[in-house]
Design a protein around this ligand. Structure first.
Ligand SMILES: [Fe+2]
Length: 584
């Protein structure tokens, strides 16, 4: 039984293939068309998933689409009547959804009537919940999905047991934790789609001194039987104009219209321009925003934990990328186990929709756990060799050598320990927005200057944003105050005070680190690299940042070589090849 999940005409368009209950492939379209957060129809992602599974379109039994136009129809009609332009925009997108069969046929040059697969429309947040629970190693768990907006809801919670999901409640438009965060992110002058994580990084530099105001902007409703929140709508404009989102086109990064109102500026002061100076006031507002999000998000989780009595929780939706809040779940709620799959945001909807069909609709038992993130394209040694041979790296002063694994690992670890910056390209590409040791740039965490060097030479990004540590899973408790697995960099923990000066580069200003715990089982070669670095230095940690420079993470070897040449990376490991800029 083959199920193709398609997240289309929405941010992070993606495709996933589930065959007989096992995930075979999953990838976002942005990795192929090189447009960050690309929306549109994920033609190349679907083609990749079919190839990886060795299937043709005719062999797909079910197509799962994470969008249900009939969900919350009453609310949709209510707002459509009040906001005709919004209604027109929705109708356009809806039209595209109705045409998914046609788009699929067109992309694969076939007759729509020849596609025998049955099509399923899965409500956005049900697909989010499914993307987490059906990939988690838990038989039973509480579930929470929170994002900006999807199928007119922003939040949904419930429980999962075996192959069944039970929905307990939801928060509908216009109230939204995601839009709350996005609106203040815009107010702070970060206007690009996906900039929220920058503000999360900035928050650590400020003091939450505006909590009274933020209690008014986001109101927690924690009364008997309720588990929700409301926005102080005066501060927002999306409920009057509709959230202006443009994300139907594949060749453009989605854009979000202005979300905050004049009232926000009246109460908080004038908004910061994108090129304006970052003042202490802005840092404090970012800290207040993060603190208020944590109060409400963790408050909801606490209630969910108390009500269900469950020890495990599965999270999804864009808000579940808030690793700082996630790291506090263990103290602030009854939950002892947390699972956030690597594509917790909308990219993950293709996986969620496909598993929803397999378990919830077709009632099949569970047989899959996503315990690693490597579900994307892989390139054979021959393809890598061809990519290396087709460049004139040798003539540009680079030294290229092909090595056996032990020597490759030994040399690579030595390069990192020498303070050099190493590109590290191996195996299948990561699913989701984090580089987790297959498309990574790796550096020495012991050198505090490494952060500034990486920003200046490679990443060209804001100086306040932290870099992340990859740590041998077995050493996590030695360096961090918690050791609960964080294989996908979705949890931030305090670094133990006595270890902060050992790994200053990936320790954020507030003493936390958004760690990746690396096991030998999940990624043997990356585990070996960190182990070799530990043998040399006594530190079982490397700094890990994504292999890119203000673009989607590199996917194929040619893109890796191109990024290596463009930036001032010192060395590149590409499969079994080691490329260094100068003779060592
Ligand atoms: Fe979503």
């Amino acid at each position: 039984m083959n199920i193709l999940g398609i997240n289309a005409y929405h941010g992070n368009s993606s495709a996933a293939m589930v065959c007989d209950g096992q995930l075979v492939a999953a990838v976002e379209e942005e990795r192929f068309n090189r447009v960050k957060y690309a929306a549109g129809f994920p033609t190349q992602a679907i083609r990749y998933c079919l190839n990886e599974a060795g299937l043709t379109l005719g062999e797909i039994h079910h197509v799962a689409v994470p969008r249900n136009p009939y969900a919350r129809l009453g609310t949709k009609i209510f707002y459509a009547l009040r906001m005709p332009s919004f209604a027109r925009e929705r109708a356009k997108v809806l039209g595209k959804f109705q045409g998914i069969r046609g788009a699929l046929a067109q992309a694969f040059d076939t007759d729509p009537n020849k596609i025998r697969a049955q099509f399923h429309r899965i409500e956005h947040h049900r697909a989010h919940l499914a993307s987490s629970f059906y990939c988690a190693p838990f038989e039973r768990a509480a579930l929470l999905s929170a994002d900006g907006l999807g199928d007119f809801a922003s939040t949904m919670w419930g429980t999962g047991s075996g192959s069944r999901l039970e929905i307990e409640g939801a928060v509908a438009f216009p109230h939204s934790l995601g839009l709350f965060y996005s609106a203040v992110t815009q107010y702070l002058g970060f206007l690009k789609f996906g900039d929220e994580y920058k503000v999360m990084g900035l928050a650590a530099y400020g003091q939450p001194e505006q909590m009274d105001l933020f209690h008014d902007i986001l109101r927690f409703e924690n009364g008997s039987g309720r588990n929700g929140f409301k926005l102080g709508l005066d501060y927002f404009s999306h409920h009057r104009t509709g959230p202006e989102m443009s994300w139907a086109e594949a060749d453009k990064t989605p854009a979000l219209g202005k979300l905050f109102s004049e009232q926000m500026e009246r109460r908080l002061g004038s908004a910061r321009a994108a090129d304006g100076t970052l003042l202490e006031r802005h840092r404090n507002l970012a800290a207040s925003l993060q603190a208020r999000l944590e109060e409400v998000y963790l408050g909801m989780l606490r209630k969910l934990g108390e009500r269900t009595g469950l020890k495990a929780v599965c999270l999804a939706g864009g808000v579940a990328f808030n690793c700082v809040a996630n790291g506090k779940i263990f103290e602030a709620t009854p939950f002892e186990l947390v699972y956030v799959q690597p594509a917790a945001g909308d990219g993950g909807l293709s996986v969620g929709a496909a598993f929803f069909v397999w378990h919830q609709i077709l009632r099949n038992p569970r047989s899959f756990v996503m315990d690693h993130a490597y579900w994307g394209p892989e390139y054979s040694p021959d393809e890598i060799r061809r990519a290396v041979d087709s460049t004139d790296l040798g003539q540009k002063g680079c030294v290229v050598c092909e090595l056996q694994e032990p020597e490759l690992i030994r040399r690579a670890a030595g390069i990192i320990a020498d303070g050099k910056i190493l590109g590290w390209f191996q195996g299948r590409a990561e699913w989701g927005p984090r580089a987790l040791g297959n498309r990574s740039i790796v550096a020495d965490p012991r050198r505090s200057e490494m952060k500034e060097i990486l920003n200046r030479r490679i990443k060209h990004r804001e100086s306040f944003r932290p870099f992340a540590p990859s740590i041998l899973a077995e050493a996590a408790g030695e360096y961090f105050e918690k050791s609960h697995p964080s294989p996908f960099m979705t949890l931030a923990y305090p670094v133990r005070p006595d270890k902060r000066e050992k790994i200053p580069a990936p320790t954020h200003v507030d003493g936390t680190g958004r760690l990746q715990t690396v096991t030998r089982e999940a990624n043997p070669r990356y585990h070996a690299l960190i182990s070799a670095f530990a043998d040399l230095t006594g530190v079982p940690v490397v700094l890990n940042t994504s292999f890119n420079d203000n673009e989607p993470i590199v996917c194929c070897p040619e893109e890796a070589i191109n990024c290596f040449e463009r930036t001032q990376m010192d060395a590149l490991v590409l499969g079994d090849f080691l490329i260094t800029r100068h003779a060592e």
